[in-house]
Design a protein around this ligand. Structure first.
Ligand SMILES: [Fe+2]
Ligand SMILES: [Fe+2]
Length: 277
């Protein structure tokens, strides 16, 4: 069996600005130069869920899309506006994409509440976890089984003042998926890797590293903001070593719209005002 490669990107937040377009072009250039076999993008492709933003994504990533080398899922930022992201899973919360050597279980962790730009948290039901279990049970032997999901499954530190404030006030906006920690326990021994985004600072966890089938959880972070992405090497259903970071040639480090703090602060002040008065 040949050694294959998988690239993981997330949180592009394409917002039709020259900066986000340039960052995406640089990422696509680096992906093509790396010759990676397949690419996954784990949500927040657009910034406001607008159809025109999604069209821009399709234009920029056409070389990979046209070759059938790209799989993507929605994130919370793909649900406001025109709700572009609601159409990407073809009406399913869980679906499987199979590629040579790869078995991708795509999970939509967004909900109707994400139509509100600032209600950013994810949700999954136990029935949807059951559907993931069933999908993983059908994975062929000697393929790498990966779960793609936008929201983080385990607690992660807040990354901004609005997130810290929301947590302080007991709001769910910055929290991990409510079923996340329990879900991770269920996934152990059933799949090899969980790939997610949502939080813009990358991270990784390896559970049971000495076990027969360790579960590796990777957060790509915001690929347009970072200007880099991880590349995994795998063979016969096994990851080979640690993933390598591949850097895109950005003319300058962009500041994606996903990091704008002012609108979030305005929202929080409004929420607090409503609670008090
Ligand atoms: Fe994001
Ligand atoms: Fe997100």
């Amino acid at each position: 069996m040949p050694v294959r490669t998988l690239a993981h990107l997330s949180d592009l937040h394409l917002d039709l600005t020259p900066e986000s377009d340039a960052a995406a072009r640089a990422l696509v250039g680096a992906l093509q130069a790396s010759g990676v076999d397949h690419v996954v993008v784990t949500g927040d492709l657009t910034h406001q869920g607008m159809s025109v933003e999604y069209r821009r994504f399709r234009e920029l990533f056409a070389p990979l899309l046209d070759a059938g080398r790209l799989t993507f899922i929605p994130g919370n930022h793909d649900r406001p506006g025109d709700d572009a992201g609601s159409r990407w899973m073809e009406g399913q919360k869980v679906r499987v994409v199979e590629k040579p050597g790869l078995y991708l279980v795509c999970v939509d962790s967004t909900g109707p509440h994400n139509r509100n730009y600032f209600a950013s948290h994810g949700e999954l039901t136990y029935a949807e976890l059951d559907a993931v279990d069933a999908a993983l049970a059908a994975a062929p032997r000697k393929t790498l089984a990966a779960v793609l999901v936008h929201h983080h499954v385990l607690p992660l530190p807040e990354e901004s003042f609005p997130e810290r404030l929301a947590t302080l006030l007991g709001w769910p906006h910055a929290a991990e998926l409510p079923v996340g920690p329990e879900w991770v326990t269920r996934l152990q021994g059933r799949c090899d890797v969980v790939l997610h985004g949502h939080r813009h600072v990358p991270g990784e966890r390896v559970l049971e590293p000495e076990g027969a089938r360790p579960l590796r959880i990777y957060n790509a972070g915001s690929s347009t903001d970072l200007g880099r992405f991880r590349v995994f090497r795998h063979k016969a259903g096994r990851l080979l070593g640690e993933p390598a970071w591949c850097r895109a040639m950005l003319s300058e480090r962009p500041r994606t719209a996903g990091h704008n703090v002012l609108p979030a602060l305005q929202y929080l002040v409004g929420q607090i005002g409503m609670a008090l008065f």
